[in-house]
Design a protein around this ligand. Structure first.
Ligand code: PLP
Length: 404
């Protein structure tokens, strides 16, 4: 008789965004004709930049011609893209990352979920609280998180690092001894960023303790302040303790196209075994490479024209972030984030839970956000709004919130 992986049974009922989707659909069905403005899920609304569209067309034509047709892509990625990334994302910022340390993938969600596979079952993970749910759920599936305590809303074998208003949403170094530390800066959901000095403390800690930092930099393009590192490799010693995950989703609008990459430096070793070799083995076995046309589209992002167009998209969303943050503050709410990230993290008004406020906002303003408690126990009492809507909808949503 076959047996299932019963770790799956431990997972909470459904993914946060499907719960939200169900609630919103039920409300929309019961209230036809109402215009619901969705500032909940972190999906982009602007179309692909013109250079990307042009590169896609060109690559499609190549694929339709026997001479230039390409079959399976190299499983770690085409050199043209890996070289562009090494030069523009790393060398340009003074980070020594070689092209062959970059693994091209279909996005940061799969990489951030899959990366735990190269670590043993007994590793203990540490996560920020609140946190992007994928880090925990993927480790639950691998049987690494222990049991879930409904009351505490915590897993017994996970180290939670609270990010609260008291610590400026920047976690303290963990009290327990984690082996794998998930960090995401600029942060989803709090919108907070860390300075280079703060991140250096984590790198030093990981090197001293023999831990690995899994650094998710999916929102790097939104950094506007000077002293905020765009990559963990801007910190000294990161090559021996950190893996970095990147995405083309939020800077270049690839949420529906799918492209990302992971950096595993060759010096990163456990007992002399290189994690780079393990991830290459995993990638080569389970993945046949991101599509050629999509990798060509990714390459176009690094042209000077592409960089300019991507900057324009980020500026567009950050204008929305200003509207939300300032609008909420004018209306008397406490709100942070939205300066180095497209997320605004607001405190819900007195006495309400995050889900109470979700319902309140949906019913009274027809605006959808994300309840902070969906990201972890320290998110209770908070609410996330995203700057990824259209400008007109964002202004209208903020006006409606002010109105209630
Ligand atoms: N990492 C974080 C922190 C995210 O918020 C998201 C998407 O919302 C992702 C990764 C997923 O990115 P991708 O679209 O590249 O899979």
């Amino acid at each position: 008789m076959f047996k299932i992986n019963d770790n799956y049974l431990k997972l909470p009922g459904s993914y946060l965004f499907s719960t939200i989707g169900k609630k919103v659909n039920a409300y929309a069905a019961a209230n036809p004709g109402r215009k619901i403005i969705r500032l909940g899920i972190g999906d982009v609304t602007l179309p692909l930049p013109p250079v990307v569209v042009e590169a896609l067309h060109k690559a499609v034509d190549e694929m339709g011609d026997a001479v230039s047709f390409r079959g399976y892509a190299p499983d770690l990625g085409y050199d043209f893209l890996r070289n562009a990334i090494a030069e523009k994302d790393f060398a340009a910022r003074g980070c020594g990352i070689a092209a062959d340390e970059i693994f091209i993938s279909d996005g940061a969600k799969s990489d951030s979920a899959n990366i735990q596979e190269i670590f043993g079952p007994d590793n203990r993970i540490a996560v920020c609280d609140p946190v992007y749910p994928v880090y925990i759920d993927s480790n639950v599936m691998a049987g690494r998180c222990g049991d879930y305590d409904e009351k505490l809303q915590k897993w017994s074998n996970v180290i939670y690092m609270p990010c609260t208003a008291e610590n400026g949403f920047v976690p303290e170094l963990p009290k327990g001894r984690p082996d794998l530390i998930y960090l995401c800066f600029p942060n989803n959901p709090t919108g907070c960023a860390v300075t280079k000095e703060q991140l250096q403390r984590w790198v030093d800690y990981a090197n001293t303790e023999g831990a690995v930092i899994l650094f998710d930099a999916a929102y790097e393009a939104y950094i506007s302040e000077k002293d905020i590192p765009h990559s963990v490799y801007e910190c000294e010693g990161a090559r021996t303790c950190a893996i970095e995950l990147r995405s083309f989703s939020k800077n270049a609008g690839f949420t529906g196209l799918r492209l990302g990459y992971t950096v595993v430096p060759k010096e990163l070793k456990a007992g002399g075994i290189s994690l780079h070799a393990l991830w290459a083995r995993r990638h080569g076995t389970k993945y046949n490479g991101a599509p050629y046309i999509v990798q060509r589209a990714g390459e176009a992002v690094y042209t000077s024209c592409g960089q300019e167009q991507v900057r324009g998209m980020v500026e567009h969303y950050m204008k929305n972030a200003d509207v939300i943050r300032n609008g909420l503050k004018d209306a008397g709410y406490e709100a942070s984030g939205g300066i180095n990230s497209p997320y605004i993290w607001m405190k819900v008004p007195g006495g309400m839970t995050s889900w109470d406020f979700f319902d309140f906002l949906l019913e009274r303003a027809n605006v959808v956000g994300t309840p902070g408690s969906g990201f972890g126990p320290s998110g209770e009492g908070y609410f996330r709004l995203t700057a990824f809507g259209t400008y007109e909808n964002t202004v209208e949503a903020v006006d409606r919130i002010k109105g209630i």
